[in-house]
Design a protein around this ligand. Structure first.
Ligand code: SF4
Ligand code: SF4
Length: 408
């Protein structure tokens, strides 16, 4: 079933081609079919029954990072990302999702507690026995996509002492809950510095973005309803992950056919805030130290999905850091969720452009607002032996400055 009117969208495309130069996939493949304009033409041809749905068309439409760079430059604001997502749903129904995709959607991301325990056991038994610098590590097909799992999810661990309902909810998202507990702790520190005590539900799970990006809107809608129910009493729901934030803010309202569900999703979307949006620069002023040169990577979903790009920079500068901008700080890092698994060579080529851009700034630190981008960029820097560059979440820089400030 389609979840918005495609014809309204593709008929807006005037085939001007302004979207082509900004598309990272087109930049690598240099084929019209890989460009946003080409994808829109393919969607149109499919819906007007001029071409048959096939595994080949499915592949073309899977070659999209959903980075929305094309949407940002389009004079008619054609939502290529939504067109691609909705047709992926039809093609998944037609061709059936492959075994791995179905396992990821129905297993890993829908039952995160079980997946976590299983993943941790497998990682302990196999993955961690291989040294991260060894040749074997670099030969592992998954060395860029399997981060080190913690022994317990943050939300259910003893570290989560924030289980009483308050007006400010904190949605962790899978990576922070499973891997990056430091980001959770830093976000809590910052929220508490603003006088807000966050509420972190123990039974939180995946936001549903992986299911949606693989064409399973029904599963994504089910997960969205579960997330919304957890935070029903919160006035604000904070995230420190641009991808989860954008999913909840932009995609939840288009997941549902039922008008009441849609209205609930719209109300919930209005509560979503990235951590940078709830902080003020004067929290970090008078820090009185020079914290060094950093560069900032704009996560696609944070900048174009949530409209958050200036604020993290303002906060980083207020915390005493100098920012050396990349040539293209908002160019996708090549992760794109399942894109990095399905199109590894292409994904790596896009990531290498990002790490080259980072290196050209000479900054020793790259800050960003999405743990997915962090893991992806960091893994490529390690693979390239550029070990002098550290990848951190913006909240790490801010907490460091805050602590130095209070120590003075
Ligand atoms: S920029 Fe917009 S109108 Fe122009 S080709 Fe791309 S999608 Fe179509
Ligand atoms: S969303 Fe990104 S990858 Fe997909 S067509 Fe647009 S620019 Fe290209």
């Amino acid at each position: 079933m389609m979840f918005f009117n495609h014809q309204d969208q593709y008929s807006l495309c005037v085939k001007c081609g302004k979207c082509r130069p900004v598309c990272p996939v087109f930049h690598e493949l240099n084929e019209e079919g890989a460009s946003p304009r080409g994808k829109i033409s393919l969607v149109q041809a499919l819906l007007e029954n001029k071409v048959e749905p096939s595994r080949r068309t499915k592949r073309f439409l899977s070659e999209c990072l959903l980075c929305a760079a094309c949407v940002a430059v389009c004079p008619n604001e054609v939502r290529t990302d939504l067109l691609v997502l909705s047709v992926r749903e039809s093609l998944a129904d037609y061709a059936g999702n492959k075994l791995m995709e179905t396992a990821l959607i129905k297993g890993v991301f829908s039952k995160t507690d079980i997946s976590f325990k299983l993943g941790f056991a497998v990682e302990q038994a196999i993955g961690r026995k291989i040294e991260s610098g060894s040749g074997m590590f670099y030969r592992l097909p998954s060395n860029r996509i399997l981060p080190e799992l913690k022994s317990a999810k943050f939300s259910i661990s003893k570290k989560n002492t924030h289980t009483h309902k308050t007006k400010t909810g904190f949605f962790l998202g899978c990576l922070i809950d499973f891997v990056n507990h430091d980001i959770a702790e830093d976000t809590i520190t910052l929220l508490e510095a603003t006088g807000k005590t966050p509420f972190i539900p123990r039974d939180q799970a995946c936001c549903g973005l992986p299911a949606l990006s693989m064409g399973d809107r029904r599963q994504a809608a089910k997960q969205a309803k579960a997330v919304m129910a957890l935070f029903d009493t919160a006035e604000t729901v904070v995230t420190a992950c641009g991808s989860c934030g954008s999913m909840m803010k932009n995609y939840y309202p288009v997941l549902f056919d039922d008008p009441q569900d849609k209205e609930n999703a719209l109300k919930f979307a209005a509560k979503i805030k990235d951590i940078a949006e709830v902080l003020e620069p004067d929290m970090f002023q008078n820090t009185g130290h020079s914290s060094g040169l950093t560069t900032y990577h704009d996560p696609c979903h944070l900048k174009r999905g949530m409209g958050v790009a200036k604020k993290p920079r303002t906060l980083i500068r207020a915390a005493g850091y100098e920012i050396a901008e990349m040539q293209s700080p908002d160019r996708c890092c090549g992760l794109g969720g399942a894109f990095t698994i399905k199109h590894r060579t292409l994904s790596s080529a896009i990531t290498k452009e990002k790490t080259d851009d980072i290196s050209s700034t000479t900054a020793a630190t790259v800050a960003t607002g999405c743990p997915g981008c962090m893991a992806n960029i960091s893994a490529m820097l390690i693979e390239q032996g550029r070990l002098q560059v550290k990848v951190v979440h913006t909240v790490r820089l801010l907490v460091t400055a805050l602590k130095k400030n209070t120590a003075v």
